[in-house]
Ligand binder design. Structure first.
Ligand code: NDP
Length: 294
């Protein structure tokens, strides 16, 4: 038994960004600068970090970015008005409304008001439907990033047993849909598990490819993983760590130290799936600019 190959999400994300450069240059020849607008409501520190790093990533690639910061007291109507303004803004090709949103705002209702062409998170019902029938152009970033990681490492999904733990609309369900599609980097036999799954250890133990999107620190341990499985850890959890300056560190949903001894490939946290989410957001923004064409 040898330790798993560590999947380097930073390296794969870099290659995705490099691949965008010629596409951005081509758009610029037609006087189109791909533009991303992020709407940040409230002052959640993690959201601020995410939004800032998304804007910085745009700058580095010569893309345009705008961050619209609003107080947590913003009403749903006001947010919808902002979204509609961005729908009509010709400098903007991608719009993202950073979650979580304050409780007075009904997130799915806001999503419906996004122009599907500018929905770079891939959460609009039109884009979700297109993805389901295998015609998605703007795929949700984290799930698509996971597929890109597998592709980069030439990990075949064809005919494999894939188990996804988590059924959220942003990770669990869409990654399951992508893996079950008919086509390249898909064709897997997919099981979705969740908090009501009665025999989770047994279900996880069947997986050739195990994807954890749970939000519970170190939840998946070596006993739940088949020898040689590919393990993708989506979770980002803060745990107290007095030895760190910030007083905490980030860990995934997978107990990395034990599972890496049993898996064939594993993603670390941080540095696995996380960097891919931003790379795929940039990629969707470029795709949106190409599709909109002005
Ligand atoms: P949600 O909280 O929306 O979903 C969590 C899922 O895990 C639910 O389906 C829930 O089941 C399931 N679950 C919870 N407890 C258990 C359990 N004991 N056994 C089995 N299943 C369980 O989370 P998200 O999908 O939004 O995110 C998951 C994790 O991924 C989080 O840590 C989040 O921070 C991270 N994340 C990381 C991203 C990245 O870029 N790397 C992007 C997005 C998220 P049920 O439906 O029954 O409640």
């Amino acid at each position: 038994m040898t330790a798993a190959i560590i999947i380097d999400g930073k390296e794969v994300a870099k290659s995705i960004r490099q691949g965008l450069r010629p596409r951005i240059a081509k758009l610029k020849e037609n006087e189109i600068v791909p533009g991303l607008a992020a709407v940040l409501v409230g002052d959640n520190p993690a959201s601020q970090t995410y939004v800032n790093s998304k804007a910085k990533a745009c700058d580095k690639l010569g893309m345009y970015s705008e961050v619209i910061r609003k107080p947590a007291s913003l009403s749903q109507e006001e947010l919808i008005e902002i979204v509609e303004g961005l729908n009509a803004n010709r400098k903007i090709h991608g719009i993202l409304v950073q979650s979580p949103l304050p409780e007075q705002i009904d997130e799915p209702e806001v999503t419906v008001h996004l122009s599907p062409e500018k929905d770079v998170d891939g959460f609009h019902p039109f884009n979700v439907g297109q993805m389901l029938i295998g015609r998605g152009k703007l795929l949700p970033c984290t799930p698509h990033g996971i597929i890109k990681l597998l592709e980069y490492y030439e990990i075949s999904t064809e005919g494999k047993e894939a188990v996804v733990v988590g059924r959220s609309n942003i990770v669990g369900k869409p990654v399951a849909v992508l893996l079950m599609q008919k086509g390249k980097m898909a064709n897997a036999t997919v099981t979705i598990a969740h908090s009501r799954t009665s025999n989770l250890r047994e279900v996880c133990g069947r997986a050739d490819i195990l994807i954890a999107a749970i939000g519970r620190a170190n939840f998946i341990n070596a006993d739940m993983v088949k020898e040689g499985a590919v393990v993708i850890d989506v979770g980002i959890n803060r745990i107290d760590d007095p030895n760190r300056e910030k007083g905490y560190r980030l860990v995934g949903d997978v107990d990395f130290e034990s599972v890496k001894e049993k898996a064939s490939y594993i993603t670390p946290v941080p540095g696995g799936v996380g960097p891919m989410t931003i790379a795929m957001l940039l990629s969707n923004t470029v795709t949106a600019a190409e599709n909109i064409g002005c």
